[in-house]
Design a protein around this ligand. Structure first.
Ligand SMILES: *[C@@H]1O[C@H](CO)[C@@H](O)[C@H](O)[C@H]1NC(C)=O
Ligand SMILES: *[C@@H]1O[C@H](CO)[C@@H](O)[C@H](O)[C@H]1NC(C)=O
Ligand SMILES: *[C@@H]1O[C@H](CO)[C@@H](O)[C@H](O)[C@H]1NC(C)=O
Ligand SMILES: *[C@@H]1O[C@H](CO)[C@@H](O)[C@H](O)[C@H]1NC(C)=O
Ligand SMILES: *[C@@H]1O[C@H](CO)[C@@H](O)[C@H](O)[C@H]1NC(C)=O
Length: 475
């Protein structure tokens, strides 16, 4: 009778304190039944008890809170004994040596810290029990006078920023507020957005520019040669569509250069994101070849005509306008611009894209002769921190490298090159590239990256196209 009563107390205690933990996996299970089921598995422990003569805590240690791995059989009560404060009672603890070993043998009461004040503190501020705060990308809950935090790897790792800035890597890193609070996973999911190049794209024939080799200058900046005809970086924000941003930007520059400044409008990445049905996922990554297919077959309106949505949502796939052929080789938009400021809904088209060799000299010749090109690169976690200098991937010194590393495809625009004293005072060659993370990132939205060594695969796949200008383009 007494035993049954004790077991009942024991189990109701467990259900109360540890509801939802692994021991009583289903709260509604009849406790007695659950116990019986586990009973046989403790036959062995019962045997051990005889050996240890009640030295439960001495044998298993004093756990702070209930720990199912620190358990032994309480023979007299036919119940389980936890060698910790979990089953401490006012009158007696179920482990006979709990008090003598865990409480009295030590200076002061080790397990019962002063309960006053309750809650947790942070930066000399007091938080009540149950408060939740965000620490970079993790949420911390005040529980039992301690902060318990989720364990995500954050995109911004202050230690890695420090490591880069203390080393002589040729570039410096910054803690960007727009990335603070994102997990590494989220950063790679939302800020890039180009699918790995298809075999078709990789097997494209390479074209060669006819620019004389010997005449390549040491420094070249597209916007100096073609002022007003090239276009600066936009901000894709959390829309994983670098496939659209880089393609629209390269196409716009090339149309302006090829038309000798007649058509200088920037082209609309939003038009691509919302209307390129073959890249249906829009802000959820897309392929470069489909973007170029769309520029050739359907064409894009200007960025002013079809501006970026303030709120990007991956499920808003409604396309505001289509284009239709007039039968004379020219396409026209089916509707006015989806904004009241811009009147021109002119459609711009491109030739099929072509590939430029990975040879550094060939890429330079193509840029100086025909304009900026698209480059597909591999982004590592440190690239997000780039502030200024010549980027090269810096390996984190972390002890758990795999967890902190990531690599994914991104697309950018190469707009020039130069040389500069970089890491270790050495003269280094670099590309100038436009990213799509806004002007507050990097060098006014641009970055420089090592040239001629295929850094982050930047020279692996270089793509460009011609503007499709016909006589019917004349106003
Ligand atoms: C109790 O029994 C259940 C089912 O038989 C088992 O899954 C669980 O691991 C057992 N618990 C312990 C502490 O042995
Ligand atoms: C990084 O920037 C965020 C937001 O601007 C700031 O809250 C955080 O304290 C900074 N972290 C470090 C380590 O400087
Ligand atoms: C969804 O798309 C429509 C038209 O394309 C646009 O007007 C609207 O603002 C978009 N909604 C959001 C939430 O982005
Ligand atoms: C790149 O092309 C140039 C000229 O065609 C040639 O001199 C050079 O050796 C090539 N470089 C590589 C790495 O193939
Ligand atoms: C660049 O590096 C990538 C990956 O290491 C490799 O697949 C590619 O062939 C390289 N390209 C050149 C031109 O070296």
């Amino acid at each position: 009778m007494w035993i049954g009563y004790k077991i009942l107390i024991f189990f109701s205690l467990m259900t109360e304190i540890c509801a939802g933990t692994h021991y009583l996996s289903g709260g509604e299970v009849d406790p007695g039944l659950s116990f019986t089921r586990n009973h046989t598995s403790f036959e062995g422990t019962r045997h051990k008890r005889a050996i240890f003569q009640g030295e439960y805590c001495r044998r298993f240690g004093c756990c702070e809170a209930r720990d199912d791995t620190c358990v032994t059989q309480f023979y007299e009560a036919n119940a389980l004994c936890y060698c910790d404060s979990f089953c401490e009672r006012d009158t007696s603890d179920c482990c006979p040596d709990y008090k003598s070993f865990c409480r009295e043998g030590k200076d002061g009461p080790p397990l019962q810290q002063p309960l006053d004040p309750e809650g947790c503190s942070r930066d000399s501020q007091h938080y009540e029990e149950g408060s939740v705060i965000k620490e970079n990308c993790n949420f911390c809950t005040c529980s039992g006078q301690q902060w318990k935090c989720s364990q995500h790897v954050c995109l911004v790792l202050p230690e890695l920023i420090d490591h880069i800035n203390k080393g002589d890597y040729g570039w410096t890193a910054q803690n960007y507020s727009q990335f603070w609070g994102m997990t590494l996973e989220e950063g790679f999911k939302f800020r890039l957005g180009t699918l790995p190049p298809s075999p078709m794209l990789l097997s494209m024939n390479e074209m060669t520019a006819s620019y004389p080799r010997a005449d390549l200058p040491e420094v070249f900046i597209a916007s100096y040669k073609w002022p007003g005809w090239t276009h600066g970086p936009l901000d894709q924000k959390n829309c994983a569509a670098s496939w659209a941003f880089s393609t629209a930007s390269v196409a716009a520059d090339r149309i302006a250069i090829q038309s000798k400044g007649r058509y200088t409008a920037n082209l609309s990445p939003q038009n691509l994101i919302s209307c390129c049905a073959k890249n249906r996922h829009g802000c959820n990554s897309g392929s470069i070849d489909r973007a170029w297919w769309f520029l050739r077959k359907r064409g894009l309106v200007s960025h002013a005509c079809y501006p970026l949505f303030k709120e990007q949502s991956t499920n808003n796939n409604s396309c505001a306008m289509a284009s239709r052929s007039d039968g004379r080789g020219k396409r026209h938009a089916t509707r006015p611009c989806p904004n009241s400021f811009e009147k021109s809904n002119r459609i711009y088209q491109c030739s099929p894209p072509y590939r430029i060799s990975s040879n550094e000299t060939e890429i330079m010749r193509e840029i100086i002769q025909n304009g900026p090109v698209q480059a597909i690169m591999q982004v590592h976690e440190d690239f997000f921190y780039y502030k200024t200098g010549i980027y090269r991937h810096v390996v984190s010194t972390n002890e758990e490298p795999e967890k902190y590393r990531k690599l994914r495809t991104h697309a950018v625009k190469l707009t020039g090159w130069g040389t500069l004293r970089g890491a270790q005072g050495k003269k280094e060659k670099f590309w100038i590239a436009a990213n799509s993370w806004g002007k507050s990132w990097g060098e006014n939205g641009y970055f420089r990256i090592l040239r001629g060594v295929n850094e982050s695969d930047i020279e692996k796949l270089i793509i460009a196209a011609w503007g499709q200008l016909t006589s019917s383009d004349d106003p």
